[in-house]
Design a protein around this ligand. Sequence first.
Ligand SMILES: Nc1nc2c(ncn2[C@@H]2O[C@H](COP(=O)(O)OP(=O)(O)O)[C@@H](O)[C@H]2O)c(=O)[nH]1
Ligand SMILES: [Mg+2]
Length: 284
Amino acid sequence: MSVVLGSVDCQKIVVLGNPNVGKTSIIQRFVHNRFEERYAATLGFNIYTRYIQIANKNVGLTIWDIGGQETFKKFAFRYLIESDAAIFVTDVTRTETIDSLKVWNDSLEQVINRKIPKIVLFNKIDLKHDMNAISEKMASLDIRSEFNGIVFASAKTGANVSDIFSMLAKMLLEWNGKFGSPVKQWVDFKGAFVDERLPIIFFSSKDCEWCPPLLDKIQSFSAEVPLEVKVIDVDANSKQAKEFGVQSLPTTIVGAKMVVGYSDGTFLKAIITDEYSRLFEQKK
Ligand SMILES: Nc1nc2c(ncn2[C@@H]2O[C@H](COP(=O)(O)OP(=O)(O)O)[C@@H](O)[C@H]2O)c(=O)[nH]1
Ligand SMILES: [Mg+2]
């Protein structure tokens, strides 16, 4: 539902996920920069608007926040129709909320019969969580090939919250055409196809403690998957980081996927392997 308000293009973003994962909290953090400990279930749905700047363009985001799962069936069509992008929220302390991703994606696909940008948001990273269990769950899900970005975030601390929306805005600006179009690659593959290496862009900074260990892990995967890792130092190349909508680190771009925040090796390796087979092995 792309509506032009003044000279600004407004995009509809739907936020999906089980009750209590933090959908309302993420939106409140992004729109009003606040957080509530108290849990109040959302009734029906609420719509929020915020404008952001990406690559010197103003993008208007209308963000749709849905209430409890029980009432969802009644609302599904009205809520999801004409979505331009979707955020699937899960709670890192309850891995069963990751299982539900497929259900939410199926609901969306019944209403939207074209490809739209989809982001999986792992919320509540400020709380204790088991990264191995999360990686395993993600590896077993069909949806993995469908999403375009992953963000590890916390509505409570605000970590990586604005990245979710800048990532989506950037994807929406770059989407090829309007309907039925394929996902645009983040990375230019022209050169890469020649030697069949998977290009990876890794955004780093000297202030980022997670960057060196994650980069080491990625580089170690090149023993199995041919990779071409390009490291962008955001301190020296803030313009490039801005163009990609990168706000926090580490941010890793693999093919059509962007991963923001701390993620352990197994998780990224699964994504790298997927993207490699999608781009190169299918061609053989
Ligand atoms: N520790 C922590 N708690 C959170 C976070 N996000 C949400 N919560 C809490 O989780 C509960 C559910 O949040 P809410 O946004 O209402 O979830 P919704 O049902 O998906 O909209 C509330 O008590 C929030 O305070 C987070 O990032 N960290
Ligand atoms: Mg809510």
